[in-house]
Design a protein around this ligand. Structure first.
Ligand code: NM2
Length: 526
């Protein structure tokens, strides 16, 4: 183990912040939960507009870059081949960026929109049904995926084009913050990112664990207790720690491929044995609905709710803003990961690949799983909402699956899938946390013990909160922990533009081919 490789200020500062949140929460659980919920309301209530503006801005920016000259820049030298085949690339991208939450929300999100639709629509009306089927896809669609893609641009650029062996957020902001990237400002950027990601991971675990527990309960009859949930968290940690320890090629890639095959199995099964025609038509109709209302959905902030005496629905804060915040905290991490696996691709391929494959994946999940649940409700064959009111969302998710043929097989497969999905997000997260808390990457990977270390840290906050009964407070942790990440995203976009236009300008003859290789050996950088 080489201690000199560790970036001690980032490492220690992140742990100090984590402990300074966890310890008071354990000592004063009630006051802690109250503070978290107030902070959440403060951020979503006052700064929601920033998130929505960022969403539209980032998507526009990426489309511009993809089709501009910078889009042609290849990540790597002229001879560099794509490191991963497109299938594995897309599988890893999806598995890293999406965790078990897509199983959770994919199956049940419609039920919330159906009962509490946006735009002043009557709950449970026909219009509410159309929105219920569409909004989930929107919240996991192109804007969401653009948050993920953006950080990959500067990071991939520095790693593969300028060939700096550093996978760090601060490094990618160097063209803007200059030498301060090596000082406290750089540490701050990395620490804020780490802290945001720990919050985002908390949200993921707070949703995933109860659902996995219900699945296990259904199969084995073991009651859903705190103990069971703690064991689940530990098993998940063990799986993703092993995967992260084995590295990208052996662990992370193998688990991601397995993950995608299981996903195909579940989705195809539900599509064939569920209401196939309803699923197809509803999904197709939703796509039209989203296309038609895209900008309304992306900008709706319910401004009238600010007028004294007017009651709002709270829809933007509870859903769109919450979602954007959650995607944003994961973004630098997924961006780092996408950059790491994109050697040999052009910037344009990377942008369009994440946007298209990512959105396509979300459409399949929400279209198939969500519309299956919606169909059960509307056809009267199973009262999902009634069940959810009595037993909660995680139990309702398993109960929906129980309506399928051979559910004795489907529910265990689904539960295993949820565990793997969670693990494939957390293995890459711990891998990336280790890269950020390291000064340099040697032999292409952060140190092994360091990856394991972060795997366990990812679990500490959720475990602590679970024992004090704060799993619900944790569901909004991404918002509170992630607010500063908005600024990091803007900084990253700015850095990429600065660096790439600078290098392109210096590149004397750019041929009009489909990819540009910038030979960095001859240049000096700003
Ligand atoms: N996002 C995609 O829990 C998960 O599935 C990880 C969640 C940000 C909503 C990411």
């Amino acid at each position: 183990m080489n201690k000199r490789l560790i970036d001690w200020p980032t490492f220690i500062f992140s742990l100090v912040i984590l402990l300074s949140v966890v310890i008071p929460l354990i000592l004063f659980p009630e006051a802690g939960a109250e503070v978290i919920s107030q902070a959440n309301e403060f951020v979503t209530g006052n700064f929601g507009i920033l998130y929505l503006m960022l969403g539209i801005g980032v998507l526009t920016f990426l489309l511009y870059v993809a089709f501009s000259k910078s889009g042609k820049i290849k990540l790597g030298g002229r001879e560099t081949k794509k490191e991963f085949k497109t299938f594995s690339w897309a599988a890893m991208l999806f598995s890293a960026g999406i965790g078990s939450s897509i199983l959770y929300w994919g199956l049940i999100e419609w039920a919330y929109y159906y009962q509490g639709p946006p735009f002043g629509i009557t709950p449970e009306s026909e219009e509410a049904i159309n929105w219920a089927a569409s909004y989930g896809i929107f919240h996991w669609g192109p804007i969401a995926w653009s948050f993920y893609t953006l950080p990959a641009l500067p990071i991939g650029y520095f790693y593969y084009v300028r060939k700096k062996p550093v996978l760090k957020i601060s490094e990618a902001t160097r063209p803007v913050i200059g030498k301060y990237a090596d000082g406290p400002l750089g540490v701050l950027v990395d620490v804020l990112f780490i802290f945001g990601l720990l919050g985002g991971a908390g949200t993921t675990l707070a949703l995933g664990t109860p659902m996995i527990a219900e699945g296990i309960n259904h199969v084995t009859n073991i009651p859903v207790t705190l103990g069971l949930q703690a064991v689940i968290m530990l098993i998940c940690t063990a799986i993703f720690a092993i995967s992260s320890y084995s590295g990208i090629n052996k662990g992370i890639k193998v688990l991601s491929d397995l993950n995608i095959w299981l996903v195909f199995f579940i989705l195809i099964f539900v599509f064939i044995f569920g209401p196939t025609l309803f699923i197809s038509e509803m999904t197709f109709t939703s796509l039209g609905m989203i296309a038609n209302n895209f900008f309304n959905m992306a900008t709706w902030l319910e401004p009238l709710a600010n007028i004294p005496g007017t009651e709002g629905t709270g829809f933007p804060e509870t859903w769109t803003i919450f979602y954007w915040a959650w995607w944003v905290v994961y973004a630098p991490f997924v961006g780092l990961f996408v950059a790491r696996i994109s050697r040999g691709r052009t910037i344009k391929e990377m942008i369009l690949g994440t946007l298209v494959y990512g959105t396509l994946g979300s459409v399949l999940f929400f279209g198939i799983l969500g519309n299956f649940g919606l169909y059960l409700q509307l056809s009267g064959s199973f009262d999902v909402i009634g069940f959810m009111d009595n037993y909660g969302a995680p139990a309702a998710i398993i109960a929906i699956l129980d309506q399928l043929p051979i559910s004795w097989l489907i529910i265990p497969v689904f539960t295993v899938l949820a565990i793997i999905f969670l693990a494939t997000t957390f293995d890459s997260a711990s891998y990336i946390l280790a890269s950020v808390a390291q000064r340099r990457i040697v032999a292409g990977e952060p140190m092994r013990w360091h990856r394991i270390f972060w795997a366990f840290v990812l679990m500490i906050l959720p475990m602590a909160l679970m024992f004090i009964g704060g799993l619900e407070a944790l569901q909004t942790a991404s918002i509170v922990a992630g607010f500063p990440v908005i600024f990091i995203i803007v900084l990253l976009a700015w850095s990429f533009m600065r660096a790439s236009s600078h290098d392109l300008y210096r590149q004397k003859k750019v041929k009009s081919s489909s990819s540009i290789t910038l030979d960095q050996s001859e240049k000096k950088h700003d």
